[in-house]
Ligand binder design. Structure first.
Ligand code: ADP
Length: 380
């Protein structure tokens, strides 16, 4: 039985898990336990992990027969210093805890997941893999906010970037698909899921990304606003009388495509647009407008782009989004093949004409596999 890694991704009310063979890339199982702390769900994260084991058992997978060699934990924010995959010990837990102020919505549940998993699986090494890691060495010009330097330094305010595991994995897969070294490529990666971010990558090293101190900056997302004038926040606080918590919740949960169109799922959004729903139309138009703006920005930043890759739920599945994101860009060297783009497919595939100066790809992301491989890498 080849070695396997249990990969955990803990949110405040959900636990996603996967059992992955890092060598073969095979995923033996995956699932999600939702409604943690809800009267109709499970009481806490420990119960959620045990429920995940029950689901595995129902699928005929016994924990002691899986050949588990490690547990990999997705941790959203590594702060200024944590970026290598790191074996979990008490010191690491303390350090991640000290970052909770930087990522109050994301790091505390990840910590809970780590603590519960260490308790339930004490004999396995646990490894933390940080979503910010890939962007740790962003050039200073991209990482720095143009605000008072002393304030930024004191409070560790910089652009950290997120979805790093996915941007790295997908950019490496793009090179593999094209049969060239990643070092030879200028790439734009568009990770469009519920969360959404773009990155510009030169030779495997990110030059910019759309998310910043938190995963709220940049593209319009399922429920997050992406870029807003910071003056809006001040205005809401001072004049509209909203509390800091109200503002944070609004920007994270009641904004983006849901905030404008009342719907997070792009399949439903398209249906409503077809039915003439003006709110859905506006939500989609704002989403596409922002996406095109960043594609243009990154084309300019790179000067010469070899490949643009779409990934994640929307990027992999929504041909209309891909078409509308890149339409009319032939003068910029982007020639999408409408037929290839609209053909359903599952694996990595090209959707531009063979003669297009910029190659456009769709590549399924696999953050679980990337985390599993990072675990094995650090454990040797
Ligand atoms: P997460 O950021 O939660 O990991 P995903 O990458 O799984 O999200 O993306 C989920 C989103 O992908 C859904 O909300 C939906 O909008 C979109 N999506 C999934 N399947 C399709 C599809 N067949 N067509 C269009 N959009 C899809």
């Amino acid at each position: 039985m080849p070695a396997t890694v249990l990969v955990l991704n803990c949110g405040s009310s959900s636990l996603k898990y996967a059992v992955v063979q890092p060598d073969t890339g095979r995923q033996l199982a995956d699932g999600i336990v939702e409604r943690i702390g809800d009267a109709e769900g499970v009481p806490d994260h420990e119960a959620a992990l045990r429920a995940a084991f029950d689901q595995l058992a129902d699928a005929g997978l016994r924990l002691d027969e899986l050949g588990l060699v490690a547990v990999g934990h997705r941790v959203v924010h590594g702060g200024p210093d944590l970026y290598r995959p790191t074996v979990v010990d008490d010191a690491l837990i303390a350090e991640v805890r000290s970052l909770s102020a930087l990522a109050p919505l994301h790091n505390p549940p990840a910590l809970l997941g780590i603590e519960v998993a260490r308790k339930v699986l004490p004999d396995l090494p646990h490894v933390a893999v940080f979503d910010t890691a890939f962007f740790h060495d962003l050039p200073a010009a991209a990482a720095t906010y143009a605000i008072d330097r002393d304030v930024a330094e004191q409070w560790h305010i910089r652009r950290y970037g997120f979805h790093g595991t996915s941007h790295q994995y997908v950019s490496e897969q793009a090179a593999e698909f094209l049969g060239v070294p990643v070092a030879s490529l200028n790439q734009i990666v568009l990770h469009l899921g519920n969360g959404a971010s773009a990155s510009a990558i030169v030779g495997g090293r990110p030059q910019d990304t759309t998310m910043g101190l938190t995963p709220m900056e940049g593209l319009v997302m399922g429920t997050r606003s992406g870029d807003v004038d910071p003056g809006v926040l001040v205005y809401l606080w001072r004049t509209a009388g909203m509390s800091v918590e109200d503002i944070e919740t609004m920007l994270n949960k009641r904004s983006g495509v849901r905030g404008l169109g009342g719907e997070i799922d792009f399949r439903v959004l398209h249906r409503r647009i077809d039915e003439g729903d003006a709110d859905a139309r506006l939500a989609y138009d704002v989403y596409i407008h922002r996406l095109r703006k960043y594609i243009g920005a990154y084309l300019a930043l790179l000067g010469n782009t070899d490949v643009i890759t779409f990934t994640a739920g929307v990027g992999e599945n929504d041909a209309a989004v891909r078409r509308d994101a890149l339409s009319g860009m032939a003068p910029l060297g982007i020639e999408l093949d409408e037929h290839l783009n609209a053909s359903p497919g599952r694996g990595a595939r090209r959707i531009s004409f063979e003669t297009s100066p910029v190659t456009v790809l769709v590549i399924p992301t696999d953050e679980e596999l990337a985390i599993a491989r990072a675990c094995v890498g650090v454990l040797g």
